[in-house]
Design a protein around this ligand. Structure first.
Ligand code: ADP
Length: 660
């Protein structure tokens, strides 16, 4: 070495331990052992002398060096600070201490630690000398430690975030005796309603122990040693899914499902425990409500007198009520399969019924079917099977619920009723035909009687007329009056008989229906009934009367009756005015006959179609014409009605089917 550093002083600045050369030996040994280099800088000459180790650390060649060469080796980021520290040390005559990076010629960076001290040469000029050592490894360890500390900090923050936000209670027992247990935010605030950092341990020292809650299991207070945290921390147990009840002094009861695990220290000794608890109170309430609803359903189902069943989506029976069990003598002890119920159905009905059930399951639809089934006593009975699908929120079939009441008796009653109805129908048919026969006989009889009565009547009338003609002049006035009355009465009697004959004929004769042009019918009316023409009335008959479906002769008589009345019922001396027109409404011909005569009192209007009813006895008539008309019109599928105001005339309306 071309420059031996000045003998180093003892770190405490004390004189050397030995006064011989051993001190220098020891020092050199120590420097070598520590890997330390020594250096010396004379700012006056800018001569840096460094030992081989120091030169190696800076990557410098042998021989005297300059301060600027050293500075060049120092990492640019550390250079200025290092230069400043050296200047400060020199100026203030103080020790110099520094750590910096150097960049070696091989490109590697290493950390060095330098220590220096100012001393003055004989001339008083200040020089700096010191030691330098490679601290790269320590720096790397420090950096690694820093990285690990940062990582640990991040983990701690993540864990804290989990603890603060997890919707479950997390308790940490900080000692194996569980004397101190604290919880996360959820445990403290949501579940236990306690301030943060509260010691919730039930085995805490008495002065710290809480007494505002207790923990129960299966309806009994739990022994301290049996608490999950204690079991994990005392006995090293892993506790899984233990359901406990927290009973608070304020009356709250919370069901908590707990899991607990022990915590170990570096020597694998238990140092505490972590317990996690989920609040399952609402779940328990829902379960209880579900159980209650299930119980109610079973009660209702069992109270039903009709068999009720539930089947799953494959058609296998999963529930039957009491009536079902009693009716079929089966229970659900066997695993549910569709064959279970299929065995109960009559072989002839099974294919159709099974297809109906399969279709309903596939289409998720209701079904109703009647089917024969074997009752527990072996008898085949009819049941009406009704079922409806049960769908989940996605619309998937989860079950089919059905009811199958026994309808055998109803079926039998129906059959009896059916045969009874048939028998009655036959009876009615026979009686009707007998009645029709006797009616026909009666009608024929009365027709004949009426007809036969005309002969003696005509004789009375004729002989009275002869008497009047031949001896009238010789008779006293009173006798002639009697004769006139006989003549009038017999004539009236004859008209009555004739009208009755018309009525019974119209009721008895078959009415053949055919298209009838009402315009043509009106033209023939005056030829068939000349007295209408002679009545010197005014007629206004519409040209475009429709063609209806009816009987020509009967229609002619009906219109003759109504128009005859219109001509007849006018005030004395009044010229009758009659209008006839038609409209089509609702596919029917509405034919109107209107007069301007004396009209019909309101109270009489509903009765004028009755046989023999006459609203105006002062006028000639028999009260049969409108009865005949109504009967005929109805037999032709039509109706007749009237609107009238006394003193203002009447309007008769015929509603008749139109000709096709
Ligand atoms: P009649 O033989 O008396 O004409 P109808 O059966 O034809 O018998 O009529 C019954 C009664 O209805 C008549 O007696 C009359 O009082 C009343 N009537 C029928 N048509 C008219 C009419 N156009 N104007 C006033 N009254 C009428």
């Amino acid at each position: 070495m071309d420059a031996t550093p000045s003998p180093a002083l003892d770190a405490s600045g004390s004189p050397p331990l030995f006064d011989d050369n051993r001190s220098v030996d020891y020092l050199q040994l120590a420097l070598a052992a520590a890997g330390m280099g020594t250096w010396d800088w004379d700012p006056q000459t800018d001569n840096v002398r460094a030992c081989a180790r120091a030169r190696a650390l800076f990557g410098l060649e042998a021989g005297p060096r300059q301060w600027s060469e050293i500075l060049e080796r120092i990492h640019p980021a550390d250079r200025a600070a290092t230069a400043a520290r050296v200047v400060t040390a020199l100026e203030n005559d103080r020790d110099y201490l520094d750590e910096y990076r150097v960049i070696c010629p091989d490109g590697n960076t290493r950390w060095l630690s330098a220590r220096g001290r100012v001393h003055h040469d004989a001339g008083g000029a200040a020089r700096l000398h010191g030691v330098v050592v490679d601290i790269t490894e320590r720096k790397e360890h420090e950096a690694e430690l820093e990285r690990l500390a940062r990582k640990a900090q991040e983990h701690a923050e993540e864990l804290q975030a989990v603890l603060d936000n997890a919707p479950v209670a997390i308790w940490i027992a900080h000692d194996p005796e569980c004397r101190r247990i604290t919880g996360n935010t959820y445990a403290e605030k949501t579940l236990m309603h306690v301030p943060p950092d509260t010691n919730v341990s039930l085995s805490a020292p008495p002065e710290e122990r809480r007494n505002d809650f207790s923990i129960w299991r299966d309806g009994r207070p739990l022994d301290l040693a049996e608490l999950p945290a204690q079991r994990a921390a005392f006995r090293g147990e892993m506790v899984e899914d233990e359901i406990l009840e927290f009973r608070f002094a304020d009356g709250r009861r919370v069901h908590v499902m707990q899991n607990a695990v022990p915590l170990f220290d570096a020597d694998n000794r238990i140092r505490g425990a972590v317990t996690i608890g989920a609040d399952i109170t609402s779940l328990r309430h829902t379960e209880a409500a579900l159980r209650e609803s299930e119980k109610r359903f079973r009660l209702m189902a069992d109270a039903s007198p009709a068999p009720i069943w539930l089947a799953d989506a494959s058609g296998s029976t999963t529930f039957v009520n009491r009536a079902y069990r009693e009716f079929f003598g089966v229970d659900l002890s066997r695993p549910p399969t569709p064959e279970n119920w299929q065995a109960l159905v009559h072989p002839d009905d099974l294919p159709g019924y099974a297809a109906t059930v399969a279709r309903a399951l596939e289409q998720r639809s209701t079904f109703a079917a009647t089917v024969r089934v074997r009752r527990t006593d072996g008898e085949w009975r009819w049941v009406a099977s009704y079922a409806a699908p049960v769908l989940d929120e996605q619309g998937q079939l989860t079950a089919m619920v059905g009811m199958s009441p026994d309808i055998t008796e109803i079926k039998r009653a129906e059959e009896v009723l059916k045969s009874e109805a048939l028998r009655l129908e036959e009876l009615v048919r026979q009686r009707t035909s007998r009645l029709q026969e006797s009616l026909a006989e009666m009608e024929a009889f009365s027709y004949n009687i009426s007809h036969d009565m005309r002969a003696p009547l005509r004789a009375i009338h004729s002989f009275a007329r002869f008497l009047d003609q031949e001896y009238g002049a010789t008779l006293p006035p009173s006798a002639r009056d009697y004769l006139a009355r006989i003549l009038a009465a017999s004539a009236r009697m004859d008209r009555l008989i004739q009208d009755v004959l018309v009525y019974s004929r119209s009721a008895r004769t078959e009415l053949k229906l055919e298209p009838v042009s009402l315009s043509r019918l009106m033209r023939t009316l005056f030829d068939a009934y000349p007295h209408l023409r002679e009545a010197s009335a005014e007629f206004a008959i519409a040209e475009d009367l429709p063609t209806v479906l009816g009987n020509d002769a009967a229609l002619l008589q009906c219109f003759a009756n109504v128009i005859g009345n219109a001509v007849k019922f006018v005030a004395p001396g009044q010229v009758p005015r009659i209008e006839v027109w038609a409209e089509i409404a609702d596919g029917r011909a509405m034919v109107f006959v209107r007069d301007h005569g004396i009209g019909i009192p309101l109270a009489a209007q509903p009765r004028i179609f009755d046989m023999f009813y006459r609203a105006h006895p002062a006028y000639d008539g028999t009260g049969i014409g409108l009865a005949v008309t109504k009967k005929s019109i109805e037999r032709m599928g039509g109706t007749i009605g009237v609107v009238s105001a006394p003193g203002h005339g009447s309007t008769f309306c015929f509603a008749l089917p139109l000709a096709p």
